[in-house]
Unconditional design. Structure first.
Length: 266
């Protein structure tokens, strides 16, 4: 999609903003002159980010339709409109395939349906003025997969697919869609990922590095934002020889979850 000047000031919403990538995105966007609404579950972290960035805090649960709706409504009232929505909130969910559908439903709600629900509310405004931007934090797991956590791998694939669908359907209507797909980032999520922590920590980049890269990508509208360029090579290899790629992933899985230990099935 051809690049176009960003609105000034850029009116943005960032979810999952209490820490990690979301906090860094809010800080970077604010430093570049954007008017920022930050959202996360209620807590001191969200308020601290709002104070630090000069943003407006809207506590909301992205796992619920009411939470997404409340956020979009409050952001519109505060900003007068929304130019860009950073759907950054995400959770890993249980290891393995889990044994409770409730766990799966929350992962699906946060990692996928929150994007769908937000887009449903934002698109009418954006299509009317033929301008808007939807940025999904989808993870390299959305292009490759995730060792251990089935729900995370599945929903991050779905997040990328939904972003692709939005771009296919509305990319010629002035709606820019982008998918941020980092591998390891030095965040709380990475350090609480159980047995896969060493994998994610190897080569991890800072949230600030990711935010700087996202800002650069806003200038040229590239769909895939890859803080780890090697992910493109892995993605290419996966498509060119899927069986070989799966064999390599099985070897990696065996390193993390040796056969003599319990397999992450629940």
């Amino acid at each position: 999609m051809p690049s176009a000047p960003l609105p000034s000031p850029l009116r943005v919403v960032v979810t999952g903003a209490a820490g990690g990538i979301g906090s860094a995105l809010a800080a970077k966007l604010a430093a570049e002159g954007a008017e920022v609404v930050v959202s996360d579950l209620p807590g001191p972290g969200l308020e601290e980010v709002a104070v630090r960035t000069g943003g407006y805090a809207v506590p909301a649960d992205m796992a619920t339709a009411d939470g997404v709706s409340a956020l979009v409504t409050a952001a519109r009232e505060h900003l007068g409109g929304i130019d860009a929505y950073f759907a950054n909130a995400g959770i890993i969910g249980p290891l393995g395939i889990g044994d409770d559908d409730t766990d799966w439903q929350r992962v699906i709600d946060v990692n996928v349906l929150a994007h769908v629900r937000a887009a449903r509310l934002l698109l009418p405004e954006w299509l009317e003025r033929r301008a808007g931007r939807f940025v999904v934090t989808a993870s390299a797991a959305g292009l490759l997969n995730m060792i251990g956590a089935a729900g995370y791998g599945v929903t991050k694939h779905a997040a990328v697919a939904f972003a692709e669908w939005l771009s296919i359907t509305h990319g010629d209507d002035g709606v820019v869609v982008q998918a941020l797909c980092p591998q390891g980032v030095d965040t709380t999520m990475v350090h609480t990922s159980g047995p896969v922590v060493p994998l994610l920590r190897d080569g991890a980049v800072s949230p600030e590095y990711v935010a700087d890269l996202v800002w650069d990508a806003l200038q040229d509208n590239r769909f895939l934002i890859l803080p780890h360029p090697e992910v493109a090579d892995f993605y290419r290899a996966r498509a060119q020889d899927t069986d070989r790629w799966l064999a390599g992933m099985r070897r990696l899985n065996a390193q993390v979850f040796p056969r003599h230990t319990a397999s992450p099935t629940a």
